[in-house]
Design a protein around this ligand. Sequence first.
Ligand code: DP6
Length: 379
Amino acid sequence: MTKIYDLTERDFISTISNSSQLSSGEFTWKTPSNIALVKYWGKKESQIPENTSISFTLDACFTMTTLKFVKKKNEKGDFEIYFEGKKKEDFKPKIATFFQRIEKYCPFLSEYDFVINSRNSFPHSSGIASSASGMSALALCVMSLEKALLIDQRSLSGAEVTRSKMTDDYFYKKASFLARLGSGSACRSIKGSIVVWGNHKEINDSSDLYGVEFSDEVHSNFKNFHDTILLVDEGEKQVSSTVGHQLMYNHPYAQERFNQAEENIVAVKEILKSGDLKAFTNLVESEALTLHAMMMTSNPYFILMKPNTLKIINKIWEFRKETNLNLCFTLDAGANVHLLYPENEKDQVNDFVVSELIQYCQNNHYICDRVGKGAKLIN
Ligand code: DP6
């Protein structure tokens, strides 16, 4: 694959001066969660992935975030965070780290005080990682502010307002770049419906710095693909993803795993083109189990699957044998099971979920989702 141009880290440093007249305002973005087919597990300094990953952008699982900004009155800028209407002091450290990490790229942030209001479409305690949708929503709000400041500054300086337009391509790439600094997988939650993160010679325009929309051919079998999320364990995870990534340093199988993921990107590209659902099942399930095998073989080792996770996996394998349908599973860094299947098999799969699988979900909870189109500006 040839590259048209590469954006480097320096291209993301905003040059907006400190003279903005924009005193207050707000932006709201709705951004989806995503589910990786080839997993990101292991990273270098500055949130650079050890291997390329690819994901389906979801639709029903999303975060809605409003960022209110007011020009700072005194030196000490601050922010408050509300989640589902309640002030959340315990969310502050993660957001503070995010603001610190992106300060270099968005120096204008230090001129404002912020109030962040956020809510998820899925229960916070569902065990679904909200960092991907949450961090991407916040990153997009910051980018809307950057864009507004740019327009404000150019119009003040007398330049044509039309010339002050930031290209959409830059806007979304920088949003993804910023989201990555909050949480790696968040950089895949900006665009739809399939996103790649990580520089890979076989993927057009790909970068370690941000996620890009998968632009190769995709067979109709993968259009409208479903993801039903079985909530096996709604509690807090015992080991965070961030700790899990760190355990890939000095992991005995790390390099083999990173090589395998790079090869799987090539394989999945072919599968998405050919529509080969059997090969898709094989690759996606192998990726999920490899991710958990990495956890079990790190030191210290840990297991995030629960007995019901394995019961569900075995039921899926039986179901596939009996029906020859294309229902497969994948796992995140947790016990919940994502059921992936094509649109034309949804009725049989739904019957199966209700009659055979719900019994293994905590409080019978599950979420019906599907592949979505990416983030949306609400105001
Ligand atoms: C298993 O993006 O949550 O979901 O970068 O430390 O925030 P941080 O990690 P995170 O890791 C997600 C890992 C995964 C696989 C994936 O989504 O690719």
